[in-house]
Design a protein around this ligand. Structure first.
Ligand SMILES: Nc1nc2c(ncn2[C@@H]2O[C@H](COP(=O)(O)OP(=O)(O)OP(=O)(O)O)[C@@H](O)[C@H]2O)c(=O)[nH]1
Length: 344
């Protein structure tokens, strides 16, 4: 085995989860020289959970591979297709299996927010008890470090990502935004109807009244329950943020404006139909915009926020897309006007 302390330093040297997973498989390969080492996570909800490959390295691979975050759920293998991984996930314990001349060890990777997963190590000779103990200890450090990352990146009340992490995710998304580049190459730089990523701003209507009438604790419960509705409503590859107060943000992947609008509309309807304990009905004003090539986080947020503002001034409990409001003449593009005054 290589130097365990060095491997630990390597794994905990990054604050990016994607990089951490890759570093973990590289460290395991350097330590154990296995046939392959992989990290898989269970994504999706309820009965339709699937395996997403977060990082995989075979003996001859120069670099680790992973499923792109945007992979449609239906293209990923169902959990039941890999019973040994599933048993490890369900029992939360190390599982060993053998097939022909190969031995496989599955170590559970538990995560409160990112979906539980497994570390799979396939070797030609069985891992010794000492090797298993070392890997388990490294997994523990990895887990503790992920907990620290959660603490700094997540909102304590709802567990959603906090505002601090938004800019980084946004810029990362633009960096890998092949679909955005295609949209720009195709022509219209500003409206990009075929953009694949959308930013939605979600604001609870009359939330002050909830606090005033029922107290802050009940107000907090509404925020928590709304975050659960959001988790159930959006897909595993969408990123959900609480920006503070009663304002939430979603970075959504959708193929077209109709799909994006439908996703936000689904949340609006589910929220208005949900019976919040004591409070009863709560409604949302939602604005969204296509993320464009060369966008800044503040620029995209500002457009979606203007659509929220429009919803607030036209009866609340509604969803508006910024681009449609521009087309309909209710708002103007930033470059088209002298001031920020809304046209209504
Ligand atoms: N319970 C609770 N309340 C919060 C929190 N953060 C902000 N608030 C409250 O959220 C309320 C937001 O009120 P406003 O910005 O006036 O908006 P609103 O009452 O929702 O009205 P509209 O947005 O115009 O529909 C304020 O009363 C804040 O005190 C929090 O973490 N918990």
């Amino acid at each position: 085995m290589g130097n365990v302390v060095e491997q630990l330093a390597e794994i905990t040297g990054y604050k990016d989860r994607d990089v951490m997973d890759v570093t973990m498989v590289v460290a395991m390969r350097d330590m154990l020289s296995p046939l392959s080492v992989s990290i898989y996570r269970a994504v999706g909800a309820g009965d339709d959970q699937r395996w997403m490959t977060r990082a995989r390295l075979a003996a001859d691979d120069a670099v680790a591979t992973a499923d792109p975050l945007s992979t449609p759920l239906t293209e990923l293998p169902p959990l039941a297709q890999f019973p040994a991984r599933m048993a490890c996930l369900q029992k939360h314990e190390l599982r060993e299996s053998a097939a022909g001349s190969e031995f496989t060890c599955h170590f559970p990777l538990l995560s409160e927010h990112d979906g539980d997963g497994v570390l799979e190590i396939v070797t030609r000779t069985r891992l010794s008890p000492a090797e298993q103990r070392t890997v388990s200890a490294i997994v523990k450090v990895y887990h503790n470090f992920q907990g620290l990352l959660d603490y700094s990146e997540r909102d304590t009340l709802t567990g959603l990502l906090n505002r601090k992490t938004f800019d980084g995710s946004f810029l990362k998304l633009l960096g890998g935004g092949g679909a955005l580049a295609t949209a720009v190459a195709a022509g219209d730089r500003r409206h990009e109807p075929s953009a694949s990523y959308w930013l939605g701003v979600i604001d609870i209507d009359h939330f002050k009244r909830v606090n005033d009438n029922f107290g802050h604790l009940i107000g907090d419960e509404v925020l928590l329950l709304l975050s659960r509705l959001m988790r159930a409503c959006f897909r595993y590859h969408d990123r959900l943020y609480r920006f503070g107060g009663e304002e939430f943000v979603v970075l959504l992947r959708a193929d077209n404006v109709a799909d994006a609008a439908a996703a936000f509309e689904r949340l609006r309807v589910q929220c208005r139909n949900y019976a919040f304990p004591q409070v009863g009905q709560v409604t949302l004003s939602i604005g969204f915009t296509a993320i464009r090539m060369g966008d800044t986080p503040a620029g995209a947020f500002d457009r979606a926020d203007k659509a929220v503002y429009h919803a607030k001034h036209h009866g609340r409990d509604q969803v508006h897309g910024f681009e449609q409001l521009v087309t309909d003449g209710h708002l103007q593009e930033e470059g088209d006007k002298e001031s920020d005054v809304e046209l209504f």
